[in-house]
Design a protein around this ligand. Structure first.
Ligand code: GLY
Ligand code: MN
Ligand code: MN
Length: 443
């Protein structure tokens, strides 16, 4: 069975589950309907060029309308959701194509030419509104716009993916793995960051705006810039390393994958192998009931162990975590939920009130603190970097002798290492969607 068929066959059941979650959330919060607005185009100051459109993910949970600004969905308990499908008479831009039956059959679809058509559908006193379109924000009173408890309920439901969502993310992982394979080959051929990026996009047939986040294509020391955002058109004189953090989207569902390569053998290549082993071990522990914070702290201990083993630090792994030294080399979180948003919702809350589940002290960037449940999809992305500003701060105010500076100097031209996979929590063993996708490609 083709991929598209696997995805579309699960869609009907997905919509039923989404309807069920929304009905429960509306009843619990005293609303009798919700209008979900896709969002509107935003133009640049003093011009009429638009920023790339990003559809409201709350609408995308229902429908794969990634490019469809100003469409809106009215959801009422017990009734087929009504889609006001915005198809303007526009000769400057290509209007959205007619609805495709694999998704449209689940809705009452009303094509509309007027971007304000949703305003006629939403006069009920107990209708909630969800979105950030300027027209919505200016017309709807604040108590009914994006009610936090309503959204928290929906966000918590979104953490447990349906079969349809898992199929979409798996396909996004397959595309990502394909792009990564092509990108590694381009790196080995000595191409520039820009050319590697172009090859990545061409291989998976996506343009930049369709990527879940800006590709991180980092040669050499650029690997130490966590969200490195440029792509140099000139290839460097020497190649030491390549860090690529790049994903793909399928019906708006994201993959988020990182690999790191050394140009040749040596300490940095050996460190990548050590990081890969520890990352796989952490992935194997992504099991139901696990407190994600424990995995994050364990990754700190493991990375401190690797730093110690390679002679970069002098403190024991335990002391390095305790003193904050491990955070000099590993300053981000172990990972996050993944879905319609690369950093998907509800990673840090316990309930409809949004009660925070605290991060461990000293770990301000961790994005996931929940106990894991079947259906969660999340990333495991430990990292180890040689980041000049963080090393300088430690040199100025930490225990200088805890770091072997000559080892740091020797490794700094490599930038850093991150290895990131996308994992599905099940009732049994975790499914590593990324490693499965790479394995399928090599068959
Ligand atoms: N690519 C962004 C992240 O890994 O969180
Ligand atoms: Mn990530
Ligand atoms: Mn990433």
């Amino acid at each position: 069975m083709g991929v598209h068929k696997t995805i579309t066959q699960g869609y009907k059941s997905h919509v039923r589950q989404v309807q069920h979650h929304w009905e429960n959330a509306l009843a619990a919060e005293g609303f009798d309907a919700v209008l979900i607005h896709a969002g509107s185009k935003v133009v640049s100051f003093l011009d009429d060029y638009e920023y790339p459109f990003r559809c409201n993910p709350q609408l995308l949970w229902w429908l794969p309308l990634t490019h469809h600004h100003d469409s809106a969905l009215l959801v009422r308990p017990g009734r087929r959701p009504k889609l006001m499908y915005f198809q303007p008479d526009d000769y400057w831009h290509l209007p959205p194509a007619d609805p495709e039956s694999w998704w449209a059959d689940e809705f009452e679809v009303v094509p509309v030419r007027d971007a304000n058509a949703w305003q006629q559908e939403s006069s009920g006193a107990h209708t909630a509104f969800v979105g950030d379109a300027p027209a919505l924000v200016s017309l709807v009173d604040a108590s009914r716009l994006n009610p936090p408890r309503l959204l928290n309920r929906v966000h918590l439901a979104r953490t447990r993916k349906t079969e349809y969502e898992i199929a979409c993310i798996s396909e996004a992982a397959r595309l990502g793995a394909l792009g990564h394979t092509v990108a590694e080959r381009a790196f080995r051929q000595g191409l520039s960051e820009y050319d590697i990026h172009q090859q990545y996009c061409m291989s998976i047939q996506l343009v930049d705006a369709e990527l879940p986040y800006g590709n991180i294509i980092a040669l050499n020391e650029h690997g130490a810039v966590l969200h490195y955002q440029t792509q140099q058109q000139q290839a460097p004189a020497e190649f030491h390393s390549f860090l690529i953090d790049a994903g793909a989207t399928v019906h708006a569902y994201a993959s988020d994958i990182t690999r790191t390569y050394a140009a040749g053998p040596g300490d940095f290549a050996d460190m990548i192998v050590a990081m890969d082993e520890m990352q796989r071990a952490v992935c194997a522990d992504v099991v139901m009931g696990m407190d994600y914070r424990k995995l994050h702290l364990r990754a700190h201990l493991d990375i401190a162990g690797i730093l110690h083993e390679f002679g970069v630090i002098n403190q024991s792994p335990e002391a390095a975590v305790e003193s904050g030294l491990s955070s000099v080399f590993y300053p981000h979180g172990l990972g996050h939920f993944l879905g319609l948003q690369t950093h998907d919702v509800a990673g840090l809350i316990a309930d409809a009130d949004g009660t925070p589940i605290p991060r461990p002290d000293g770990h301000p960037f961790l994005r996931l603190t929940r106990d894991l449940e079947p259906g969660n999809v999340l990333t495991i992305e430990p990292g180890l970097y040689f980041i000049e500003p963080l090393l300088r701060q430690w040199r100025e105010s930490g225990d200088v002798s805890a770091i072997n500076w000559d080892r740091v100097d020797a490794l700094t031209p490599n930038g850093g290492i991150r290895i990131e996979d996308n994992i599905l929590v099940t009732g049994a063993a975790p499914r590593n969607l990324t490693r499965d996708a790479f394995a399928d490609l090599s068959q």
